[in-house]
Design a protein around this ligand. Structure first.
Ligand SMILES: CN(C)C[C@H]1CC[C@H](N2C(=O)NCc3cnc4ccc(-c5cc(Cl)c(O)c(Cl)c5)cc4c32)CC1
Length: 338
């Protein structure tokens, strides 16, 4: 297949995975040499999934956080969508848990603090993810978690109080109110999924599981699950506060952030604010201005349009290089004299 739209901008490598109706390829951003993941979707085969793509793109343009997979650029052609995304070399948290059977409390706490930070941030931005599960949490090169797949997220216009109806996400992680077809709050459903996630981190299996979906739903709605002996009293209490069948009795992400279990071993509650500021980085602007032969103020004006075009991608990838202590330099393209 020729991906001519990417020519000169990205050097495409092998397919590294697939996410339902998408193919994900590894690529190198030509101006910085940084690795990226390109999610490629064919419009024809998207069918009724097309709105999910638009939802995900709109959400990811707004969400800029150290524990959310970064969207760098969007390319739309007549028959395809390309999402140029932050590359996460260590794959899914799901595989990490399976490989270790289950995690100790200290390691689970490191990951769970990052998950709470990401969810606290998206709730604060007026979004609910609605498909939180270990398959949608990827590990970057420093073993930090990055939340992906915002295709099912909700950004109810009337803030987070607005009730949602669409039943979505993966059954084993779905909140009781969501599967009973009642109206529900996205934020409350996310907290339930986080309870399932924490249980899976600490136990290595799911609290509610059954091949037969109606049976699974009955177990979820009963809210009864067994707690293995190795769980500490505090982790049992934390899980119980999230797996409350009545959403009004469920802990909120705000209270989660300063829960004793999350604090133990740390002296600060979860730092959920984004480390990114929309204020541009001077060094990156300078390097871009030199490369494109523009003044710094012209360059800053163009970057802060945040068009999610090649310039946005180049700016964010230069910033990544700086944050990783690499030189803030673009690769000088040898322009072939034609
Ligand atoms: C629910 N699972 C099946 C989904 C799979 C999809 C492929 C993933 N993947 C690899 O297979 N190999 C390595 C790899 C490296 N960096 C990635 C960066 C971003 C994304 C990504 C981001 C968003 Cl926002 C998104 O919506 C989708 Cl679909 C993918 C995937 C990456 C990836 C792993 C999880």
């Amino acid at each position: 297949m020729s991906y001519s739209e990417l020519k000169g901008l990205y050097h495409l490598r092998e397919t590294i995975g697939s996410g339902g109706f998408a193919k994900v390829k590894l690529a190198y951003h030509s101006l910085t040499g940084e690795k990226v993941a390109i999610k490629i979707m064919d419009k024809r085969s998207l069918g009724e999934d097309l709105p999910r793509v638009k939802t995900e793109i709109a959400a990811m343009k707004e969400l800029c956080h150290q524990h959310i997979c970064k969207l760098y650029q969007v390319i739309e052609t007549t028959d395809r969508f390309y999402m140029i995304l932050e590359y996460c070399p260590e794959g899914e948290l799901f595989d990490y848990i399976v490989a270790k059977d289950r995690l100790g409390e200290d390691e689970a706490r490191i990951f769970f603090r990052q998950i709470v930070a990401a969810v606290g941030y998206i709730h604060n931005q007026g979004y609910a993810h609605r498909d939180l599960k270990p398959e949608n949490l990827l590990l970057d090169e420093d073993q930090n978690l990055k939340l992906i797949d915002f295709g099912l997220c909700a950004n109810p216009q009337g803030g987070m109080e607005k009730h949602l109806f669409t039943c979505c996400g993966s059954p084993a992680y779905a909140a009781p109110e969501l599967i009973s077809g009642k109206e529900y709050l996205g934020a409350e459903a996310d907290i339930w999924s986080m309870g399932i996630l924490l249980y899976a981190l600490l136990c290595g299996y799911l609290p509610f599981d059954d091949e037969n979906i109606p049976q699974l739903y009955k177990k979820i709605q009963s809210g009864k699950y067994d707690t293995p002996s190795w769980l500490s009293l505090e982790s049992k209490e934390l899980i119980a506060s999230m797996l409350q069948v009545d959403p009004k009795r469920r802990i909120t992400v705000g209270h989660l952030m300063s829960h004793p279990w999350l604090l133990s071993g740390y002296d600060i509650s979860v730092e959920w604010h984004s480390k990114y500021s929309w204020k541009v980085d001077e060094d990156c602007i300078t390097e871009l201005a030199v490369h494109y032969g523009k003044s710094r103020s012209e360059m800053e004006a163009e970057v802060t349009l945040w068009n999610f075009d090649y310039l946005t991608a180049t700016y964010f990838l230069l910033l990544e290089k700086k944050q990783k202590g690499r030189p803030v330099r673009l690769i000088q393209q040898t322009v072939k004299q034609t």
